[in-house]
Design a protein around this ligand. Structure first.
Ligand SMILES: OC[C@H]1O[C@H](O[C@H]2O[C@H](CO)[C@@H](O)[C@H](O)[C@H]2O)[C@H](O)[C@@H](O)[C@@H]1O
Length: 236
């Protein structure tokens, strides 16, 4: 976008103010009028007219959040305990839910709507990411936030149902790539902490579908010497 924004993520995270047809029509007109070479000012004006900074997420306090989970009392060193407590408090600054308006008109946003709340990395990353969520889930389980974890896993499973795999992050522009496949390991830790075998049984088919995606589409044969090895690739 002619680098009118410092961060390449600013434009792609904006939402559309007008219909796709209207925007494409105006863009064609802009190209025609400018002999296919619009100035920076013209592009800026076009973007202002048709796009706006998105307001797609709401802050969310997970109902199972607690300030003082049990594991803190097991940390003997006071400094380490304070540090861990401060880490626990960070959850409430990074937990989000998708607003209803995104679910009603998803075509207007680059964010992919999901039903349950989740944890974002923060800063410029206001969506959830595949492999970040592995470490996030390890922390949430320590903090006994089992319902939140189950909801986040279900968000991932809904992605597998919709797209056949889990994208890099929950934005449509991440649909052409994934990240290191850690879903089964996340589920392993969830089951280890909760023994929620019924949930596992209900979702086994979708979990296998994700594994199949990697085995069928992202596995290469590698011949380092005489041994044949299969390696998984996370990026295209
Ligand atoms: O914009 C540069 C890159 O940003 C993302 O990757 C980085 O942040 C992610 C979220 O914390 C993290 O999962 C990843 O390991 C980081 O490298 C994005 O996922 C990349 O596609 C993008 O090139």
């Amino acid at each position: 976008m002619s680098r009118i924004f410092e961060d390449s993520k600013t434009f792609v995270d904006m939402s559309m103010k007008n219909s796709e047809e209207e925007i494409l029509q105006d863009f064609d007109q802009l190209l025609q009028e400018s002999d296919e070479n619009p100035s920076e000012d013209q592009i800026r004006q076009f973007v202002d007219e048709h796009f706006e900074k998105s307001n797609e997420l709401e802050d969310w306090t997970p109902p199972d959040y607690k300030d003082n989970p049990e594991f803190l009392s097991e940390i003997e060193d006071e400094e380490m305990r304070d540090y861990a407590q401060n880490l626990v408090k960070i959850w409430s600054t990074l937990t989000r839910k998708v607003k209803d308006e995104v679910k009603k008109s998803p075509e207007t946003f680059s964010l992919i709507p999901v039903e349950n709340g989740f944890v974002v990395p923060g800063g410029r990353f206001e969506e959830f990411y595949y492999w970040d969520t592995y470490w996030i889930i390890r922390g949430l389980l320590l903090a006994e936030m089992y319902d939140t974890v189950r909801g986040m896993l279900e968000n991932f499973l809904s992605m597998v149902e919709r797209y056949g795999f889990i994208p890099n992050g929950s934005r449509v522009y991440y649909l052409n790539r994934s990240q290191p496949p850690l879903l089964t390991l996340m589920i392993f830790h969830y089951i280890e902490a909760t023994n929620d075998i019924d949930w596992l049984g209900t979702n086994l088919k979708t979990i296998e579908q994700e594994l199949r995606f990697w085995l069928d589409n992202r596995t290469v044969k590698w011949y380092p010497s005489t041994r044949i090895l299969l390696r998984r690739r996370s990026h295209r």
